[in-house]
Design a protein around this ligand. Structure first.
Ligand code: GLN
Length: 387
């Protein structure tokens, strides 16, 4: 057989998605890969039913159906306060996974440096390998996941083309403050770099924290490349609807990359999801209340079991400290946890650049019954897992 590509040689599969397969194999309650086990809003499902019968079923405009982009531009302006031109400043993609890849392809050349906060969502590492960009990791230091402005400036000084900002952060649940965003923005402006955001959890925030959009920070509208999606906001992770929002020149490039990568997102799904983009503010308040309920249920349970974890400010993950279990491999811990305790988690090491292996990540976007079942099983964790 001819040689396969060097570029993909060092790839592992996604540990997040592998843990779903492992959880399923052992009949574990799957709190690894983050996705809800409850339904999307009824209105969206009904519109999907209508779209199934009435269409559209053929290609939409490659960068997104017009009604979807119009609705998205309105929603984005409503929440961020920054106007978006639906014709020139949006590309609808197949999930924010494609959005991030297309954004990276559009702005980096092989060898360009890209700053990534660690811990990070595991796709970013793969994105840099596929584009040939070189990551510079800047630690978010546990337990508060703060960063050192001087370390960040040193990273920019190395000539970084862009910084990837996952806010709210997966996996650590950090919500960047306005002051932190301003510090990052000032450096991006000073060193002439883009900020590529991943804001898929923008509506999953816990009181008293607030999501501040990087694009709304002074001087950042034209430097920010927003990647986000409808997956988490409307509980439709399987629909693969994401988007890039950026200035016209960047979007011109992203449109081309996207056109050749995937042609376009699914037309009937865009049609149905428009209903969600047009929801009133009450929808987002209820979503927040629902997630606050799930977080409280789950973290109260962890408290009762006596586990140490990072209390998230946003997103739907907790990092649980497993130091006291005496494992040297968090991957092995997660495999044992799925097999023996029958709860699925993701090893923290898949998110950290540093040699950190004392965390595992659970997500709690689940029905009460699922979370209670997981907590009941986790009550046995100390007995079964302690060495
Ligand atoms: N964001 C989810 C997680 O971190 C998974 C997303 C995906 O698998 N595409 O678990």
């Amino acid at each position: 057989m001819p040689e396969l590509s060097k570029r993909t040689e060092g790839f592992t599969d996604s540990v997040i998605r592998r843990m779903t397969r492992i959880s399923d194999a052992y009949g574990a309650v799957n709190l690894s890969q983050g996705f809800p086990d409850f339904d999307p809003p009824k209105e969206i499902m009904k519109e999907l039913q209508r779209a199934a019968l009435e269409g559209p079923h053929q290609y939409a405009i490659t960068y997104g159906a017009k009604n979807f982009r119009d609705a998205l531009a309105r929603k984005q302006e409503h929440f961020s306060g920054v106007a978006v031109d639906p014709e020139k400043e949006i590309v609808v993609t197949c999930g924010s996974t494609e959005a991030m890849m297309a954004a990276m392809m559009a702005v980096t050349n092989p060898g360009d440096k890209v700053i990534i906060f660690s811990p990070f969502y595991e796709n970013y590492g793969a994105d840099t390998i596929l584009t040939g960009a070189e990551p510079i990791y800047v630690p978010l230091v546990p337990p508060a996941f703060t960063f050192d402005g001087n370390v960040l400036e040193d990273a920019f000084k190395q000539g970084a083309k862009a910084l990837i900002l996952c806010n709210p952060s997966n996996p650590c649940g950090k919500v960047f403050t306005r002051e932190e965003l301003t510090l990052i923005a000032d450096l991006a402006i000073k060193y002439d770099a883009f900020v590529i955001t991943d804001e898929v959890y923008e509506h999953i925030i816990y009181e008293p924290y607030k999501h501040v959009y990087m694009s709304a920070i002074k001087g950042m509208k034209d430097r920010t490349i927003i990647c986000s999606s409808l997956s988490k906001t409307y509980s439709i992770t399987g629909w693969r609807l994401g988007y890039v929002i950026a200035n016209e020149q960047v979007i011109e490039r992203v449109k081309k990359v996207h056109d050749f990568l995937t042609v376009g997102a699914a037309a009937p799904l865009m049609e149905a999801a428009c209903v969600g983009l047009n929801f009133e503010d009450t929808y987002y308040k209820e979503l927040q209340a629902h997630y606050t309920h799930m977080k409280t249920l789950f973290t109260n349970g962890l408290d009762q079991i006596g586990l140490n974890y990072s209390d998230p400010q946003g997103a739907y993950y907790v990092l649980v400290d497993i130091s006291e279990y005496g494992y040297t491999s968090d991957l092995k811990f997660c495999e044992d946890l799925a097999r023996k305790v029958k709860v699925g988690a993701v090893p923290g090491s898949s998110f950290f650049k540093e040699n950190v292996n004392n965390y595992i990540r659970f997500h709690f976007a689940k029905q009460d019954t699922t979370l209670k079942e997981a907590l009941e099983r986790l009550e046995n964790m100390n007995r079964i897992m302690k060495k």
